[in-house]
Design a protein around this ligand. Structure first.
Ligand code: ADP
Ligand code: MG
Length: 626
C-alpha cells in the first residue's frame, strides 16, 4: 500500500468508528438537536478534511475545481439543512471510492513495472585470471570486464570479448527469436544470456545503459498526469459548472413555481450534486492509459505518456524516412565499376574516406571492404575528413583528395561522371578532381514494411515517403510498398520543411506522424506531431527526440501501437458513456425525489467498479495474431 492509501484507510477507519458511535448514541438516547449535530460533526470532520484541503489547495493554485467541489457543496449543504446522517454517509462512501482509486492505480503501475522489470540485480566482475566478484551493476565502470553466465541478465551495456552464444532480447524489443552473438557484438543491459558463458567489456555505466533508460521512460510515462491534463480536465471544466447550475435550478425554480416545500428542494438539489459526481470515472481513465502504455511496452513499443496515446489515434498521415526505416539500411555492393584502377582499390579508397561516418552507406562500404580484403592494410594515411550531409564525404588519403558521394557531390566538385541508369544507389568516387568510378549498392525492404503499409491503407491513412536518395531508388521502393506520395533527393533541411508543410495542410484534429531511424532524422522527429523512432536500442538521440520508440528495428510495431491506442480510447469512451448514462438517470431520479444521498453515492461506486474492471483489460491487451 502506498502512503496515501494508508492515510486514507486510517481516515476511513476513524470516521467509521465515530460515525457508529454517533449513530448508536442518537439511537439509544434522546439527544437534543445540538447534541446530534455535534455528534455527527466529528465523523464528518474526520472524513472530509482531506477533501476540503484538496479543494483549498486547488483554489490557491488557481486550478479549476474538480469533483471535490461538488462533494463539498453537497455534503456541507446536507449538513446545514439537518441531514447529518446523509452528509456523513456520502462522505464516507466518497472516501472509500478514493481509497479504491488509490489502490487500483498504484497496483496498475506496480504490475506494469514488475511485468517489464528488466533491471539487472548483480554483475560478475572479473578481478583476476580466474577470480571474480559479485558487485551491484551500479558499481561497474567502462572498460572493466565482466562474466555473464547462462540465464543471467546483462547488467550494463557491453561488448562481447570472449565466447559465442545467443541472447534473448524479448524484454527489450518484444522480439522472441534469440539473437546470436560473437566477440565484437554489442549487448544491451536487460537482455538475457541464454546458453553459454560470455566475457564482455563494459561500455556504459549503469545509469546510461539501456535497461535503466527504458525503465525511467516507462516510469515517467505517467498516465494520470497526461490523461488528466487532456481528457479529464476538459471534461470537468464543462461538467462541473453545468451540474452546479442544474442543482441551483432545482433548488430555486420549483419552490417559486409550484411547490412551497423549500427544504425538500434544497435536499434534492444536493442529491443531484452527489449523483453527478464523476469520481468513479476519474479513476478508470488514467488506469486505461497506464494499462495501454504497459501493454505497448511489453510489445516492444515505448510510448511517452497518455497524451501521446490519445494523439496517436488522431494521426491521419504517416510520413516515412526511407533509408534505415522502410529499408534495412544495410547496403550490399552490387557492382564496382572503376576507371584506371583495380575494383578492390576503388572500394578501399571509398571505405577509407568513410572511416568516421555513421551513415548507413558508410558502414556498408566499410563492411564490404573488410570482407573483401586478403592482405593486411598497407597503413594508409587518412586525414582532413569532411562529411557533407546529403552529399557524401571528402577526405585526404596519402595526400590525394578523395570525394565519395552522390551525383550532387560530383556536380558540386565539378567532376564529370558516368550517369548510372541501373537500379540502386550509385556512390561515385573521385581522386584529385579526376573521376575514379562508382560503386553500385542496394538496400532491401524490411519484411514488416509491406505488412504495415497494407494495414495503414486498409485503415485509410495516408502514406508519404521522404528520402535523400535518388528518384529511381525512391520510385522502386515506393511502388513496391504502394506508398502514395514520394519525395526524393532531399537535403536533410528539405525534410524538415516538407514536414512543416504537411502539417499546415492538415485539417483540424488530423495529425502527422513521422517515422525515422532517429540517427540523422532527429530534427524531423522533433517537429512532427508524433515522432516515431525505430531502433531505440543503443541510440540516445532516438530515445530523447521521439515520442514513440520502436525497440525492434521493425516498422510494423506501429500496427501494435495504433491498435493499443485505439483500444485504450475506446475503453475510455465506453467508461464515459456508461458513467454519463447512469449519472443522467440518477439526476432525473434525484429531481423527482426518488433516490437518497446514500443511494446516489452507492450507485457511483457501482459505476466505478465496472469502469475499473473495463480499464483493467488494457493492461493485458494482446499482441496481434500473425
Ligand atoms: P536518406 O536517409 O533518406 O537516404 P540522407 O540525407 O541520409 O537521406 O542521404 C542522402 C544521400 O546523400 C544518400 O542517398 C547518399 O547518396 C548521399 N550521402 C549522404 N551521406 C553519405 C556518405 N557518408 N557517403 C556516401 N553518400 C552519402
Ligand atoms: Mg536517413
Amino acid at each position: 500500500m502506498t502512503e496515501e492509501a494508508k492515510t486514507k484507510a486510517i481516515e476511513i477507519g476513524a470516521g467509521l468508528l465515530l460515525c457508529i458511535t454517533a449513530w448508536a448514541v442518537t439511537f439509544y438516547y434522546r439527544t437534543s438537536r445540538t447534541a446530534e449535530t455535534i455528534l455527527f460533526l466529528l465523523p464528518y470532520a474526520v472524513l472530509s478534511v482531506s477533501t476540503y484541503w484538496d479543494l483549498i489547495r486547488m483554489l490557491i493554485r488557481r486550478k479549476f475545481p474538480d469533483e471535490n467541489l461538488l462533494m463539498v457543496i453537497a455534503t456541507a449543504g446536507a449538513f446545514c439543512i439537518g441531514r447529518h446522517r446523509e452528509a456523513v454517509a456520502a462522505m464516507l462512501f466518497y472516501q472509500v471510492g478514493k481509497f479504491v482509486e488509490e489502490i487500483s492505480l498504484s497496483r496498475t503501475r506496480k504490475s506494469i513495472t514488475e511485468y517489464i522489470d528488466i533491471r539487472p540485480e548483480y554483475a560478475n566482475l572479473k578481478t583476476g585470471r580466474n577470480t571474480e566478484k559479485i558487485v551491484p551493476p551500479q558499481e561497474l565502470k567502462p572498460r572493466q570486464v565482466i562474466v555473464i553466465r547462462p540465464g543471467e541478465k546483462i547488467p550494463v551495456d557491453v561488448v562481447v570479448t570472449l565466447g559465442t552464444g545467443t541472447v534473448d532480447m524479448k524484454a527489450l524489443t518484444g522480439e522472441s527469436t534469440p539473437r546470436a552473438v560473437r566477440p565484437g557484438d554489442h549487448l544491451y543491459s536487460g537482455s538475457i544470456n541464454l546458453n553459454s558463458v560470455l566475457e564482455a567489456r563494459v561500455v556504459r555505466c549503469y545509469e546510461d545503459s539501456t535497461a535503466e533508460k527504458i525503465m525511467k521512460l516507462v516510469e515517467n510515462a505517467d498516465g494520470r498526469k497526461a490523461a488528466n491534463i487532456r481528457f479529464a480536465d476538459r471534461f470537468t471544466r464543462l461538467y462541473t459548472p453545468i451540474v452546479i447550475l442544474l442543482a441551483l435550478l432545482t433548488v430555486l425554480l420549483p419552490p417559486m413555481m409550484f411547490d412551497k416545500d423549500r427544504m425538500e428542494w434544497v435536499y434534492r438539489g444536493l442529491i443531484l450534486l452527489v449523483a453527478a459526481c464523476p469520481c468513479g470515472l476519474m479513476v478508470s481513465i488514467p488506469m486505461a492509459f497506464l494499462g495501454g502504455i504497459g501493454s505497448a511496452s511489453r510489445q516492444g513499443v515505448l510510448i511517452k505518456g497518455g497524451a501521446i496515446l490519445e494523439k496517436l489515434t488522431q494521426v491521419d498521415t504517416f510520413v516515412f524516412d526511407k533509408t534505415g526505416t522502410l529499408t534495412e539500411g544495410v547496403f550490399h555492393v552490387r557492382r564496382i565499376v572503376p576507371r584506371n584502377m583495380e575494383e578492390e582499390t576503388l572500394l578501399e579508397l571509398a571505405a577509407l574516406a568513410e572511416t568516421y561516418s555513421t551513415h548507413p552507406i558508410a558502414m556498408s562500404l566499410r563492411e564490404a571492404c573488410a570482407r573483401q580484403k586478403q592482405r593486411p592494410d598497407g597503413r594508409r594515411k587518412v586525414n582532413d575528413i569532411e562529411e557533407i550531409p546529403g552529399y557524401g564525404v571528402k577526405a585526404r588519403i596519402d595526400g590525394h583528395e578523395v570525394c565519395v558521394g552522390n551525383e550532387r557531390l560530383m556536380n558540386q566538385q565539378g567532376i564529370f561522371y558516368d550517369p548510372v541508369k541501373e537500379a540502386g544507389t550509385a556512390v561515385h568516387v573521385s581522386v584529385d578532381g579526376e573521376y575514379a568510378g562508382y560503386i553500385l549498392i542496394s538496400d532491401i525492404i524490411r519484411p514488416g514494411a509491406e505488412r504495415l503499409m497494407k494495414w495503414l491503407h486498409r485503415k485509410n491513412l495516408s502514406t508519404i515517403m521522404l528520402t535523400g536518395d535518388n528518384e529511381r531508388v525512391a520510385e522502386t521502393v515506393a511502388s513496391g510498398l504502394k506508398i502514395e506520395s514520394v519525395y526524393a533527393e532531399l537535403m536533410p533541411e528539405d525534410k524538415v520543411e516538407l514536414l512543416e508543410e504537411f502539417r499546415e495542410n492538415q485539417m483540424e484534429g488530423e495529425l502527422v506522424a513521422f517515422v525515422g531511424d532517429g540517427i540523422n532524422d532527429a530534427p524531423v522527429l522533433a517537429r512532427a506531431d508524433i515522432g516515431i523512432a525505430m531502433g531505440g536500442l543503443g541510440s540516445d538521440v532516438a530515445l530523447e527526440a521521439a515520442d514513440i520508440i520502436l525497440m525492434e528495428d521493425e516498422p510494423s510495431g506501429i500496427i501494435n501501437a495504433m491498435r493499443i491506442a485505439r483500444a485504450t480510447l475506446r475503453s475510455v469512451r465506453q467508461n464515459m458513456g456508461f458513467a454519463i448514462g447512469v449519472k443522467t438517470l440518477l439526476i432525473v431520479l434525484a429531481f423527482f425525489g426518488l433516490v437518497t444521498m446514500q443511494n446516489a453515492i452507492a450507485a457511483d461506486m457501482g459505476v466505478m467498479v465496472i469502469n475499473i474492471l473495463n480499464s483493467f483489460w488494457m493492461m493485458k491487451y494482446p499482441e496481434q495474431g500473425v
